[in-house]
Design a protein around this ligand. Structure first.
Ligand SMILES: [Zn+2]
Length: 100
């Protein structure tokens, strides 16, 4: 059983933790690539602390600032990934004939 009051207190503390860089960039890059899966099924913690700071997220990230960094990195990864696909098409196209 989780202590709701304690969990809320920990969530608030976690949100206020502003120091970043506790997470190494290697793990951050891994997460940005794979994405995270949180709250499989019902999550009691999410119910009363909110989607952005439930226990599952707090277990993965040392602070909210790190979580925000992750969201940013994940978004960039997706953008770069689609650009990469596009770049591949471009190089295949330029290897072929010059079509108009
Ligand atoms: Zn959760």
């Amino acid at each position: 059983m989780i202590d709701i009051k304690e969990d809320k207190r920990l969530a608030a503390q976690w949100m206020e933790e502003l120091s970043t860089g506790t997470m190494d960039s290697e793990s951050m890059a891994d997460l940005a690539q794979s994405g995270i899966e949180t709250c499989e099924g019902y999550c009691g913690s999410r119910e009363y602390t909110g989607v952005d700071c439930c226990r599952c997220i707090r277990e993965l990230f040392p602070s909210y600032a790190d979580y925000k960094l992750y969201l940013e990195a994940r978004m960039r990864f997706k953008t770069l990934y689609s650009l990469g696909l596009l770049a591949q098409r471009v190089s295949t196209e330029t290897k072929g004939e010059n079509k108009k």
